[in-house]
Ligand binder design. Structure first.
Ligand code: TMP
Length: 197
C-alpha cells in the first residue's frame, strides 16, 4: 500500500506523515517512510540542487522527475512488490501543483512525466493537508525559494483542484487545527477507506 501526504510548505504534512509512520510501526506493520525529493543518495543530491540553485523551470521539473524515478526504481517498487507499506512525504501531486499549477507548465506534460518517472505507480490514498498560505508561511522556519506567497496561492489552488478531480484517492484534511485533531482525522479516514488498521 502506498500512502502519500501532500500540501503546501508549512501545512504540517511532514509532522503528520512521521506520526502515521510511528503509529503503524507500533502496531507491528511493515512500514517505510521517504520524503520527496529524496530517499536515495542520488535523489538527496538532487534535492540539495533543487532547493539551493536558481533553476530554469524546465530543468527544475526534470530534476524532480529524475529524483522520483530513482526513488521508484530503487526503493518504492521493490518494497511495494514485497507487500510492504510505504508512506511518502510528497509525491506526484506536488509536481502537478508546484510545477504545473504554480510555474504554469502544461498540466498534461507534467502528468505524462509523472507517469513515466513512477512507472505508472499511483497512491492508494493521498492526504492533502490544506491551510491558508499566510498561516502556513508563519510555520515555516527555513524558507526556500518555493516559499513565495503568491506562488504558494497558485500551488494551493492546484492541490484543491486535484482533490476535486480525484475524490476517490485524495482526502482533503483541514490542517489549521491542533496536531492531535488532524492526526485523529487521518487515522479515522485510513480505517474507513483502507481497513489497514
Ligand atoms: P519539502 O520541504 O516539503 O521537503 O519539499 C521541498 C520543496 O520542493 C517544497 O518547497 C516543494 C518543492 N517541490 C516541488 O516544487 N515539486 C515537487 O515535485 C516536489 C516533490 C517538491
Amino acid at each position: 500500500m502506498l500512502i502519500t501526504f501532500e500540501g503546501i510548505d508549512g501545512s504540517g504534512k511532514t509532522t503528520q506523515s512521521r506520526r502515521l509512520f510511528n503509529y503503524l510501526k507500533e502496531k507491528g506493520l511493515p512500514v517505510h517512510i521517504f520524503r520527496e525529493p529524496g530517499g536515495t543518495q542520488l535523489a538527496e543530491s538532487l534535492r540539495k540542487i533543487l532547493l539551493e540553485e536558481e533553476l530554469d523551470e524546465r530543468g527544475e521539473l526534470l530534476l524532480f522527475e529524475a529524483a522520483r524515478a530513482d526513488l521508484c526504481s530503487k526503493k518504492l517498487l521493490p518494497l511495494l512488490d514485497a507487500g510492504e507499506i510505504v508512506i511518502l512525504d510528497r509525491f506526484t501531486d506536488s509536481t502537478l501543483a508546484y510545477q504545473g499549477y504554480g510555474r504554469g507548465i502544461d498540466l498534461e506534460l507534467v502528468k505524462t512525466l509523472n507517469t513515466f518517472s513512477t512507472f505508472g505507480l499511483r497512491p492508494d490514498i493521498t492526504f492533502l493537508l490544506d491551510i491558508d498560505v499566510e498561516t502556513a508561511l508563519e510555520r515555516v522556519r527555513e524558507k526556500t525559494r518555493f516559499d513565495e506567497p503568491l506562488f504558494l496561492e497558485k500551488v494551493r489552488r492546484g492541490f484543491l483542484e486535484i482533490a476535486r478531480e480525484e475524490p476517490d484517492r485524495v482526502v482533503l484534511i483541514g490542517s489549521k487545527r491542533s496536531e492531535d485533531e488532524v492526526f485523529e482525522d487521518i487515522v479515522r479516514v485510513l480505517k474507513d477507506r483502507t481497513g489497514l488498521i
